[in-house]
Design a binder for this molecule. Structure first.
Ligand SMILES: CC(C)(COP(=O)(O)OP(=O)(O)OC[C@H]1O[C@@H](n2cnc3c(N)ncnc32)[C@H](O)[C@@H]1OP(=O)(O)O)[C@@H](O)C(=O)NCCC(=O)NCCS
Length: 358
């Protein structure tokens, strides 16, 4: 048997029509659409339809998806006590999503995915706001989540920024949580089990956990002129600069560019933070290029995710869970794809234990 590929880098485990990550060119294609173009014009509901049903929706279909998202938020609101008492938003999400059944999500794959995504957002808001959480309303999904989280009216620019974020992160090749969902689906298990397992994978700090630490870093740097000394000290201490580097991309992560643009569009106080972030990014890239001339270490999606979610008034403790509110769309689409070509995912391990003694 060949040597173990412990991180499965470069191992192709599925054929997918959902997304393609080109790490050399820095290109992300989502179901036939370049991310940059899709993020400009699609809402989360549109991206969900594209992934799960294979095409962008017309106006009527978009309204149906918004209704299913609302039904999911209502379902979560009725069950909001399931989120209380957990130490983190991801723990609360995992536990409360696990109370759902495939039957209550309905039979049609897009309706199921939308109700599930709606429930995710509802559960996250419940954990964050506890008993003071307002009830869901019939307004577009991103707007309703921001309204309920922040307890105030939401501008169309803020809702657009959250949509851009959710479209940008809805799917990204065979990442760890998506693979987890597909492994569970491959056993013939149900959708709720697949996404519950995927939440567990996403909870780990190596997958989607950097945006909070990016903000901690920006707080510690404080001002643009302090960036060179801060980066130098971190690297000298052997610490990693959060939000830089990627397993697949060897150029700047295309999602970073889209999210940077979305923060710029938001304007207001976000612009000052953006100037600081750009200074840190530039300095970190320069010093990392000196240290690793053969390995491009550039900004990844999480660098500007941090700025965007902060500008929307979202607490750092919710960042991974807000990410999950989008990625659940990708998980549902991958589960459907896995079910269409059912084959138990069951790789091998090389035994290195002791030989039998008898
Ligand atoms: C994303 C990440 C885990 C990719 O890791 P990877 O593909 O396994 O890359 P490696 O760990 O093999 O790193 C290669 C080299 O670059 C260095 N490196 C990678 N990212 C770095 C960073 N952000 N800051 C400083 N050095 C970094 C590593 O220390 C290693 O150096 P060495 O060869 O001297 O040991 C890594 O870049 C990282 O930890 N980034 C910071 C956390 C982050 O932003 N995560 C979100 C990812 S979307």
């Amino acid at each position: 048997m060949t040597a173990a590929a412990s991180g499965l880098e470069g191992v192709v485990v599925a054929e997918t029509r959902l997304s393609h990550v080109d790490g050399k060119l820095g290109e992300l294609v989502i179901a036939g659409h370049r991310l940059q173009r899709l993020a400009e014009r699609a809402t989360f509901a549109d991206a969900l339809a594209l992934l799960v049903a294979g095409e962008l929706p017309d106006i009527g279909q978009r309204q149906r998806i918004e209704s299913w998202l609302l039904e999911g938020r209502i379902l979560a609101h009725e069950r909001r006590s399931a989120t209380q008492g957990y130490p983190s938003a991801m723990d609360a999400l995992r536990a409360s999503v696990a109370t759902l059944t495939e039957t209550e999500l309905g039979a049609e794959p897009l309706a199921q995915a939308a109700r599930l995504a709606g429930a995710f957002a509802g559960f996250v808001a419940s954990w964050a706001r506890g008993p003071s959480l307002p009830a869901p309303e019939r307004v577009p999904h991103a707007e309703d989540l921001l309204r309920r989280l922040n307890g105030r009216a939401v501008s169309s620019a803020e809702a657009a920024a959250l949509n851009t974020y959710w479209v940008t992160v809805i799917d990204h090749g065979m990442n760890a949580s998506t693979f987890t969902a597909r492994v569970i689906a491959s056993t013939g298990s149900d959708l709720v089990s697949a996404v519950t397992g995927a939440i567990g994978a996403l909870k780990g700090p190596l997958h989607g956990g950097a945006p909070g630490p990016v903000l901690d870093m920006l707080d510690a740097v404080g001002s643009a002129e302090r960036a060179p000394a801060y980066v130098a000290a971190e690297l000298a201490a052997g610490r990693r600069i959060m939000g830089l580097g990627h397993r697949v991309y060897r150029v700047r992560d295309p999602r970073a560019e889209v999210l940077e643009g979305a923060v710029q569009k938001l304007g207001g106080s976000a612009v000052g933070r953006l100037a600081l972030a750009r200074a840190v990014e530039k300095e970190a890239e320069r010093q990392l290029a000196d240290r690793h001339p053969d390995r491009a270490l550039r900004a990844n999606v999480e660098f500007y995710t941090a700025l965007l979610l902060e500008a929307l008034g979202i607490d750092r403790a919710l960042f991974s869970a807000i990410f999950a509110c989008s990625r659940v769309g990708g998980w549902c689409a991958h589960v459907a794809e896995q079910r269409a070509f059912p084959r138990l995912i069951r790789p091998a391990a090389r035994y290195v234990g002791p030989a039998p003694q008898d």
